[in-house]
Every structure is written in C-alpha cells, then in structure tokens.
Design a protein around this ligand. Structure first.
Ligand code: ADP
Ligand code: 5GP
Length: 189
C-alpha cells in the first residue's frame, strides 16, 4: 500500500529534527516530501532540498493548475503547500512519504488518505520550553518569533485529532518512539 507519515506540531517542537533523524535511519523505506513555500531560504537551506522556494506568483499559478494536494497560508502572507508531483515520485520509488506540515495541512492530508496515513502530533513538553527552543534556534526575526509563539497555543488544541501524540522531551526517547511508530505502521498492511 502507498503510505504517508505526517508530522505536525507548532514551530519549534522538533519536527525537522525528528524527520531528519528518521530519514537517516530508514533511508531505504522513507523519503521527504519537499514542500513549496513563498518564504525566503534560511542560511544553509537549498532550493529543492528543504523546500521549493517560489515567488508568490508562481505559487498562485500552481494552485490554479491544481498541482497541490493541500496548501495553507501558515503565517501572514507566507504560503506553504504539498505538491502532488513529490508524493507520486516517492511512491514510484516504493517508499513511504514523510511530511513536515502545519496542523491544518496535516489534518487535511489525513482526511484525504485515511488509513494510508499515520498522523503524528509532536508536542513540546511546555510552551516555555517551546519558546526557549525557538529563541535558541535564532532563525526568526523578533516579530516572526512572536507570531510563531502566539500561534502555538491554537495549534496545540488540534492534538486530539491526530492518530498519536509524542511529547518531545528527551530527544533520544523521542527518536526511539518515532522509529517504532513508523516501523510498526510500515509493517502492518
Ligand atoms: P520544528 O521543525 O518543529 O520547527 P526544530 O526541529 O527546528 O523544530 O527544533 C527547534 C529547535 O529545538 C532546534 O534548534 C532543535 O535543535 C531543538 N530541539 C528539538 N528537539 C529537542 C529536544 N528534545 N531537546 C532539546 N532541543 C530540541
Ligand atoms: P518553517 O518556515 O519553519 O520551515 O515552517 C513553518 C511551518 O510550515 C511548519 O509548521 C511546517 O510544518 C509548515 N509547512 C511546511 N511545509 C508545509 C506544507 O507543504 N503544507 C503545510 N500546510 N504546512 C507546511
């Protein structure tokens, strides 16, 4: 069966860290769905690797052409979306697709794919710890940081709509829990 594994959580919860780990230990079974976004690349990010970085006009054209499985304005004026072409390409390699998407995008994919999809909500141990991690990551300017923190409480209210919730406290434990969740899901038909 063609499968999808969705990781959603407020920004700073650890999705990128966990997804990168899973991709490195389960290389032959998983591949990352590279989303499109209109935000600018961060230092070290490469077009086509972390995201397909698009101008707003190009993003809108792709919406019109029906190229997205889902898309959201995750932050004011910044669009993110899952390209159908990414998912098809990964399935054609007989791998499961891994997503790092916001909470609404995650639930949208889950609704579309039902039992083909495992939807994991990654939760920080507390809002204070989330703020600390986001601040330390130092990738956002102050107003963006505030926007992300303000949105976190709203996003946390979606956790019970996910198949499973993992609290990302000790990273090694989170890795082990997620590895088991994913391999169980891939093993069961
Ligand atoms: P997201 O992709 O959800 O926005 P990241 O994976 O970028 O989150 O994690 C945010 C920051 O928190 C990063 O600097 C990361 O190294 C750190 N981090 C992630 N998980 C943990 C953890 N369990 N303990 C401490 N720091 C963590
Ligand atoms: P960042 O700017 O930190 O890379 O990502 C911001 C948010 O956008 C994160 O919550 C991330 O999961 C989400 N995101 C990334 N790609 C997609 C996508 O294709 N669709 C949706 N709905 N959200 C996405």
């Amino acid at each position: 069966m063609e499968k999808l594994i969705i990781f959603s959580a407020p920004s700073g919860s650890g999705k990128t860290t966990v997804v990168k780990h899973l991709l490195s230990v389960m290389k032959s079974k998983l591949a990352f769905s590279v989303s499109a976004t209109t935000r600018s690349p961060r230092p070290g990010e490469l077009d086509g690797r972390e995201y397909h970085f698009l101008e707003l006009d190009d993003f809108r054209k792709k919406i019109k052409a029906g190229e997205f499985l889902e898309h959201e304005e995750v932050y004011a004026g910044i669009l993110y979306g899952t390209l159908m072409s990414e998912v098809r390409k990964i399935w054609s390699e007989s791998k499961a697709v891994v997503f790092d998407v916001d909470v609404k995008g995650g639930l949208n994919l889950k609704r579309q794919f039902g039992n083909q999809a495992l939807a994991v909500f990654l939760r920080p141990p507390s809002i204070d710890i989330l703020m600390e991690r986001l601040t330390k990551r130092s990738t956002e300017v102050e107003h963006q940081l505030q926007e992300r923190i303000a949105k976190a409480n709203y996003e946390l209210s979606f956790e019970n709509q996910y198949d499973t919730v993992v609290v990302n406290d000790k990273l090694e434990e989170t890795f082990a829990t997620c590895e088991k969740l994913v391999s169980d899901f891939l093993t069961n038909p």
